[in-house]
Ligand binder design. Structure first.
Ligand code: N01
Length: 546
């Protein structure tokens, strides 16, 4: 059948994505009795964990936080083996949830959305997929993920490289033989660091092409004992409640103690203790690290000293020490011996600030000083984050307005969930929410619950369409702008501010006020009878039935 002759399938809701946001939405709306089709480009569930199978991939948020709280059955029956789970365990968890809650039957895998257009007269979305099918649904949920559209570096010759070119973000599913190879790694963000500290300890010659050094803190991962697991399972309700009250959406220490409120020796003692303890403890000892440059400088000096202690060659240590931006203004990583990796004889640093990359050749990377011959090149060069996935297909809202037009100066929405001009389109962990600055799973549950409550309200009132009102959306964007003004996070060139993609509008893309405040803002809209949202009565009997 020709594509334009395809008969549309009518359902209640289309959900895009099989990451943790999409899976939760699929469960939630199925439980509400909606007829759902969920679409996923990958071959199975897991989102970023389905794709990111690179050596050493691991979540540096506590597994207990980075897991669903909505299902007592799931959290009691699943057991995390260690504090910070590795990718295979997280993917196994996603599969466990999909099996236990019977989610796969709603999914069309290996399928991409090509376009979603709002039909105003019929109050529904017409969604076209790359297999030529068309779905029509009153509601659409975009759980496309903040980090799902990888970017290749803008380096001449990248397509000429003859050896395997592997992307951290789309790692091959079949095993890759890297034994004894000369491997180049481009990128020293969270992905690159995990690859480097893992491959560096294997039989290979590793060449790290570092442009901007990143700060990282020791993870000091620990296995969960049986007693600890039992205690955890007894306390899940309290842990989830704590996550929802926390700025990070996780059960983490948060300090109200400004850096300079303590004498220098006490500050030093706290930093040493936190460093020795590992994990996120370090981030929770002072309250003003992202607002007080002097405090930030002193903490950065402390970490630079630690790099000096870890790396034996003082010249190399200097090259690995980040300078010129505040610590934690790029996403801090948690590592397991990252800096120490550079003491190994098979690990070589190419400092691209001193010796910039000129081009990629058929057999390696040419920097100003010469060519480094490579068998394999690994790209860990990041993502067109937060907006990239949503803008990778055509979304057309009311009156034929494209999302790319609405977002031409940067993303705009209310809470990263609803948008003026795009009725019945809900996002989970969208831009303008806390997104990557807090626990993605806590945010997903919040956002999907918000959407579910709005839809229930519409069902009760016989309403056919909802969107954000323009004034509250503008006010939310203004709050994001004001919060970011005093925040040192804007002082580094990162994907957080859109600086890693050429031509992307620059500015803080996320809500920096903390997850707890974000949740309160979402709840206030519901408590105020949704007056920040504009509703339309159902125009047709069919629309009224939803
Ligand atoms: O990407 P990044 P990522 N020439 O954007 C370099 C999450 N995550 O995939 O900074 C040379 O951080 C670039 O250099 P520079 C987490 O939220 C979490 O590592 O532009 N280098 C940088 O070093 C994270 O923040 C986990 O100078 C080039 C790197 O590529 C987010 O994903 C694990 C270049 C990109 O770093 C993204 O992390 C992994 C060029 N032309 C990811 N272009 C955990 O939970 C780019 N680079 C642990």
């Amino acid at each position: 059948m020709e594509r334009n002759q395809t008969k549309a399938q009518r359902v209640d809701m289309v959900i895009v994505g099989a990451g943790f946001g999409g899976m939760y939405a699929t469960w939630k709306f199925r439980e509400m009795g909606l007829d759902i089709v969920s679409i996923e480009e990958g071959g199975d569930v897991g989102g970023v964990w389905y794709w990111n199978r690179y050596p050493g991939a691991r979540c540096d948020l506590l597994a207990v936080d980075y897991s669903y709280g909505f299902s007592e059955e799931v959290q009691q029956d699943w057991t995390w083996s260690e504090q910070f789970a590795a990718q295979p365990e997280i993917l196994a968890y996603a599969n466990f949830v999909a099996d236990r809650l019977d989610l796969r039957k709603h999914y069309r895998f290996n399928t991409r959305v090509e376009a979603a257009n709002w039909d105003d007269a019929r109050q529904l979305w017409v969604v076209r997929t790359d297999d030529g099918n068309v779905l029509e649904a009153p509601y659409c949920v975009m759980s496309t993920g903040p980090l799902s559209k990888p970017t290749d570096p803008d380096i001449p010759g990248i397509s000429r490289f003859k050896g395997p070119l592997l992307r951290a973000a789309k790692w091959p599913h079949d095993p890759v033989d890297l034994k004894g190879k000369r491997i180049g790694v481009l990128g020293t963000g969270s992905s690159g660091m995990q690859i480097i500290q893992t491959l560096g300890r294997t039989d290979c010659e590793l060449f790290v092409f570092q442009r901007t050094p990143s700060f990282t803190l020791p993870m000091r991962n620990r296995k969960h004992s049986a007693d600890y697991t039992a205690e955890l399972k007894r306390n899940y309700a309290a842990i989830r409640a704590a996550c929802r009250m926390n700025p990070t959406g996780g059960a983490r220490p948060v300090s109200t103690r400004p850096f300079f409120s303590l004498p220098p020796d006490h500050r030093q003692e706290l930093m040493e203790e936190a460093w020795a303890h590992g994990g996120h403890t370090f981030l929770g000892i002072f309250s003003d690290l992202m607002t007080n440059q002097d405090a930030n400088d002193q903490v950065a000096d402390f970490v630079r000293d630690k790099i000096g202690e870890a790396v034996k060659d003082p010249v190399l240590a200097e090259k690995l020490k980040p300078r010129g931006y505040p610590i934690f203004a790029r996403r801090p990583c948690l590592d397991s011996g990252y800096y120490e990796t550079y003491n190994l004889p098979n690990v070589h640093l190419v400092d691209c600030l001193e010796d910039p990359i000129v081009e990629i050749t058929e057999t390696g990377i040419r920097t100003q000083s010469g060519v480094t011959e490579l068998d394999v090149l690994i790209l860990a060069t990041g993502y067109d984050a937060l907006t990239g996935a949503m803008l990778s297909f055509e979304i057309t809202g009311r009156g034929g307005r494209k999302l790319s037009e609405k977002w031409q100066d940067g993303p705009r929405s209310l809470f990263g969930i609803l948008m003026e001009g795009f009725p019945n389109l809900f996002m989970s962990t969208g831009p303008n929410g806390p997104a990557a600055l807090a626990n993605i799973i806590t945010i997903s549950e919040n956002d999907v619950d918000f959407a579910a409550n709005v839809i229930r309200h519409m069902q009760r009132e016989g309403l056919g369409a909802v969107e954000a009102r323009l004034a509250p959306e503008d006010a939310w964007m203004e709050q994001i702008r004001r919060l970011a003004q005093g925040n040192l996070m804007t002082k580094a060139k990162t994907w957080w501010v859109g600086a890693n993609v050429k031509g992307k509008p620059q500015g803080m893309l996320m809500w920096t006020g903390g997850f707890h405040k974000y949740r309160e803002a979402c709840e206030a809209v519901a408590a105020n009878g949704y007056r920040d949202l504009a509703f339309e009565p159902a125009k047709t009997l069919e629309a009224a039935a939803h």
